[in-house]
Design a protein around this ligand. Sequence first.
Ligand code: XMP
Length: 509
Amino acid sequence: MILILDFGSQYTQLIAKRIRGFNIYCEIHAHQQANKIAYDNKWKGIILSGGPSSVYDDDNIKIEKDILQLGIPVLGICYGMQMMAKMLKGTVVVGDRFEYGQAQIFIEAESLLFKGLARENSVWMSHSDHVTALPPEFKILARNKAQEISAFFDEAKKLYAIQFHPEVSHTIGGDLILQNFCKNICASKESWTMHNFYQQKIDQIRETYKSGSVLAAVSGGVDSLVAAKLATDALGDRVKIVFVDNGLLRENEKNEVVAAYQKHLSIKPIVIDAADYFLQELRGITDPEIKRKKIGHAFIRTFEQDSALKNENFDYLLQGTLYPDIIESVSERGASVTIKTHHNVGGLPDKMSLKLFEPLRLLFKDEVRALGLEMGLPKELLYRHPFPGPGLAVRILGEVTTQSLETLRKCDKILIDELFAHNFYHQIWQAFAVLLPVRTVGIKGDRRSYAQVVALRCVESKDAMTADWVKMPYELLGKISSRIVNEVKEINRVVYDVTSKPPATIEWE
Ligand code: XMP
């Protein structure tokens, strides 16, 4: 296993994804955990990520020098390089200019890290501080055009530091560098496959959850489906599948989900009709974070108090929480900030009688899909677009009402139907409609109309951490728009969201 210590870089997850792509297992941990976990002898190597801080301005970041002297290979990237330099008594200078984007580096020495690279390489830089003097006994590995130090190393001690980001696709040869580090320097085994993960996870779940019953709350989305299948494979009928109709679902969703579980897991979910309760809880609420928290709490209260479930005395609540949810939601990552409270993570009440059971919490979305395929689940379910736990509530800006839900459902259905009809649905990560809390003037049937606006959001993404808007054919956009304004009487204007993530998020709330 490779340990990635996160200092808050926006690219840390990319490091993990790249390494897992080589079938090598790695975990990201916040730098605050470093002094507790780095000494664990399960690690074959440690990577120190980049980060927004300067080695001189952040008192919070303190990792023990011993971590660099365990005999385990260490690779410092960007801020990680500067930190290594400072800890080992080299010199780091606070920069007065930024080196950002594509840059050339020139390799000056033979090393295992850069084995197989040309002498001159195109890499991705993003820093202003830089190392001006090496720690004693270290050697320069590469410089940039300005003759500044771009990489240094001590091969005998297996310590390496690079100023650029090998995890970013713009670094030509970045994969080779990370592979050299993991395979040749750390001698990590390429044993991280979904087949192995599945078998290990089943054993681990059986070992950890020897008794007790599990409430598997499913949403119809990929994550809860895969989590439910995994839990059921491991624990059999100690797992009960529960589907809450919270009234925030898309058209016909309840029936489709129940049918899918019956067909593919041979299980009939317990369906709880809680639409009135959720709507009542959301009455008058317009703030997105309060909405999310209210919904998270309403789910838990339903699980704990609904008459259909009360006598079951569940011990655990199964959730399809993924790695990015945790990182974005509770800032497990070192220096990152909370962007929004994903309801299945941060929106849960502090006190609840059910203990959380989250078997997918270390997986990325594409790995969850691969696990689903490994378990024999059908592609058409695994490749459905993600749908957020708080449902349509975070796609209705302002107050959620029965009327606004109905309007949004109609728009959403038209969008999705047209994407399927034009073979577009599976080409993109996610597509949905958002109901805006504004009204605009229009003309419908020779009369003045003063009606609502719907926004269409179609994005492509690999893991939802970053996303770009889809350059949809105008004809298709035109068709969707025309159908919406003609078929949904509450709408007289359709707009298309052309913002990437960042700076926007995928959902509007
Ligand atoms: P954002 O809006 O944070 O969304 O860019 C990233 C991805 O996560 C989905 N999403 C959620 N999923 N519970 C979930 O299970 C949530 O509370 C939640 N909020 C957003 C979103 O649809 C996108 O795919």
